[in-house]
Design a protein around this ligand. Structure first.
Ligand code: GCO
Ligand code: MN
Ligand code: MN
Length: 410
């Protein structure tokens, strides 16, 4: 029996309800989860893809986040302010409207980010050869810092989308890196001045890497490259600059996201985290968190819980083109938040799990070969203990699916 159009929303709503397992908005608000304007309002367009959904203005996104219980909102400058209104009085009018929408719906702005990849002015990146492009980029970055302070944000993110090339040889990469640093330095300098004027702290400036897209070769393709850049000596205020890794961007180049996060953690630079899902060595499909790699996600969250990460989790995903505007509100956002919360809580159980704790402690205690033992003696002393690596992995699977609480199959 075909489902007539007027019965489709009731059907979707009923089946979503039947799925159960959703958290009330008050519970969702306890987590540092942010909803990006661009994710919610994404119309489904891409290189070969026409839009499949209608545009959603920020008032509607902020209202929806408030209702769902996503406590924080994030935005690019041009998601909400047309390029030609930026840095004019019309910008201030929009910022005022944003402030009242946030207040009205009990949502706060945690992060602002500068669009330096979509407009044709950034065709050769924000660190292009022409000095006027770079001067314009520095103004745009400084302006984003001001918008951040206007909206009470604590973080600014920079994803340098076109900092790279399709065709090698025309640019000198070392020069591009210096020019890119000039832009970040301008943002930090403006931040210091504005923070002082307004009696606020400075923002945390977070660099986000993606290995490719939209250009084929990116000059800073991974979080590790960003860490090297922060430590390169090119930044005037490296202490103000950290990372916003994105789960899928690390997967895209074949990394273990958990190991990439660990490297950021030991550098004290894991400040902000874009959460989503997808596949290794493929395009940036930006699926909702936990839809592809729930076990890997559990492991990521165990690492973050174990090391006291307290930064934001930014839902940087793209609702699929097959989802309608109603579906974005009813399914995409609430279920992404709920899968994150569930995985976070399961990670808490894994950290406390007696089997994992005892196995981990035994591995660290070792088999007790004397300190001066030879290689063969050490192998013999540890032989049976090392099987616990596989047992821990199995236990994590059990915890993921609830077998540790007695859930049985068959
Ligand atoms: C991507 C990027 C973006 C950035 C955003 C912040 O998937 O293409 O992650 O979504 O996070 O542009 O600057
Ligand atoms: Mn991102
Ligand atoms: Mn992405």
């Amino acid at each position: 029996m075909p489902i007539p159009q007027d019965q489709q929303i009731p059907l979707v709503d009923r089946l979503t309800e039947l799925s159960g397992g959703s958290y009330p908005p008050e519970t969702r608000r306890k987590y540092f989860i942010s909803g990006p304007q661009w994710a919610y309002a994404y119309e489904g367009q891409a290189l070969f893809h026409a839009p499949t959904r209608n545009a959603v203005p920020f008032e509607e996104v902020i209202r929806a986040l408030g209702e769902i219980g996503v406590p924080w909102w994030t935005t690019h400058d041009t998601d909400v302010i047309p390029t030609d209104h930026l840095m004019t009085d019309r910008q201030a009018e929009t910022v005022d409207r944003i402030r009242s929408a946030l207040q009205q719906h009990g949502v706060r702005c945690s992060m602002v980010t500068c669009e330096t990849f979509h407009h044709p002015v950034f065709a050769a990146s924000a660190a292009a050869e022409a000095p006027e492009v770079r001067a314009y980029a520095a103004r745009r970055l400084s302006n984003v810092v001001e918008i951040g302070h206007d909206l009470g944000a604590g973080f600014a993110v920079y994803w340098p989308g076109t900092l790279g090339y399709m065709i090698q040889g025309a640019i000198d990469e070392t020069q591009t890196l210096r020019w890119f640093a000039d832009g970040i330095n301008a943002a930090c300098a403006r931040d210091i001045a504005v923070a002082e004027e307004r009696g606020r702290g400075t923002l945390k400036h977070c660099l986000e890497a993606k290995p490719f897209e939209p250009v084929s070769q990116i000059i800073l393709p991974s979080s590790d490259a960003m860490l090297a850049f922060i430590g390169s000596g090119l930044l005037t205020h490296p202490e103000m600059v950290g990372l916003n890794p994105e789960y899928l961007h690390e997967l895209m180049w074949g990394a273990a996201c958990r190991a990439a996060l660990a490297r950021a953690l030991v550098c004290g630079k894991l400040w902000h985290f874009d959460i989503n899902d997808g596949y290794p060595l493929k395009h940036d499909v930006d699926l909702g968190v936990g839809l592809v790699n729930p076990l890997d996600w559990l492991n990521v969250l165990i690492l973050l819980r174990s090391h006291g990460y307290e930064g934001p989790f930014n839902l940087d995903f793209k609702p699929p083109r097959t989802t309608s505007n109603h579906g974005v509100f009813k399914i995409s956002f609430p279920t992404a938040v709920d899968r994150f919360i569930t995985l976070w809580e399961i990670a808490g159980e894994a950290v406390e799990d007696p089997v994992i704790q005892e196995a981990g402690a035994a591995l660290k205690a070792g088999g007790g070969a004397p300190a001066v033992a030879g290689a063969d003696e050490i192998v013999t002393a540890n032989r049976e203990l090392l099987s616990l690596h596989e047992l821990i992995a199995h236990r994590l699977f059990q915890i993921l699916i609830g077998q540790h609480r007695g859930r049985v199959f068959g």
